[in-house]
Design a protein around this ligand. Sequence first.
Ligand code: HSE
Length: 435
Amino acid sequence: MNPIKVGICGLGTVGGGTLNVLRDNVEVISARAQASLQVVHVGARRDNPDCDLANIRVSRDIFEVAHDPEVEILVELIGGTSVARELVEAAIVSGKHVVTANKALIAVHGNEIFALAEKHGVEVRYEAAIAGGIPIVKALREGLAGNRIEWLAGIINGTGNFILTEMRDKGREFSDVLAEAQALGYAEADPTFDVEGIDAAHKLVILASLAFGIPLKFDAVYTEGITELTTQDVGYALELGYIIKHLGIAKQHAEGVELRVHPTLIPDHLLLSDVDGVKNAVLVEGSAVGPTLYYGAGAGAQPTASAVVADLVDLARNFGVEQSNRVPALGIAQSSLRDLPIIPMANIETPWYLRMEVADKPGVLSRVASIFSEQGISIEALIQKAPAEGQTLVSLIVLTNKAPQGSVDTAVGGIEALDAISGKVTRIRVEALDG
Ligand code: HSE
């Protein structure tokens, strides 16, 4: 069988998983690829004790893999954006196809990398960059190619979802769960990327480009993490019939595109509400197909390796195919992408969950209500909690109807200025996810 020579740079969680999947599933992979995928060269600063590197050339300098004339496909699994970009560009210029799991690299430098790959007649594949083992790139780029994508919303950071689930179900401390996610190999090298929403923003920007045919615009994503979430708000949301999830949301409107990552209350009856632990899911609304949901493991060695190997098989199937007959990296040639405007957050309308700590005395509720009314914000539901023993403050939880963030900002400013209010108002957006 025709051999295709593969070089792998980076032998951490995903690199190790990829070698193992290639070895364990060799027969089915070769049959599907109609070629044998042979790892001939590995570049890694150190060995991975879980990997058998017999008959594989090992270099400590990863650029030796990029310059190895035997290597036909380079798999970039080192992470980061600067050395990884140099490595990938060196491989492209040397005429090698590239597979990467690096969402930061694609989100930040993807436009330049894809253009370079087009110029050199090679492909860059990145299924493993988003939602671990879920074939969401394939789904958006190929499976849904007949649809206008109206919007998508996803739980696209496994570490964050794992933390939120453990906090909600077991009352565990944030830092304790994060340490476990790191030990399990879910978290980024810098875990603030997970908990501050940066990792989800990287993935969202790629999904949005695939969905709407726009260039990658990482700087345009509004990003809020999960570090400020409290178990108190998780509990009140449940009382109101909602689950709090950390979502990446992209929507297309006539006037432009929404791109945002933030904690979100979603109705508890949605399938997405049951996506727990390290699992990811992406809900995509297509104009013809309607809503479709993609679910699976969002992080970890084997699931991410599953996506890396799928890309290798796809590339192997395309060997010898003219560039004009290959599927472009974002589904549309770089020159045909449309640069749509990004809608400012102040104009984006959602319902809101607002919690404020207020003095338990007459007139406070009516003053709060009149501030909402002045901003044209209507109240959908309201809960007031009795003060705890010996306390004078009560929690007032307000669920609003749809209101633009700009009006909510003004109302919250007015409420926080009232003497009867203690501290800041907690604000979390709500999404019905029904179109
Ligand atoms: N740190 C990422 C996550 C890994 O937790 O989802 C997969 O991209």
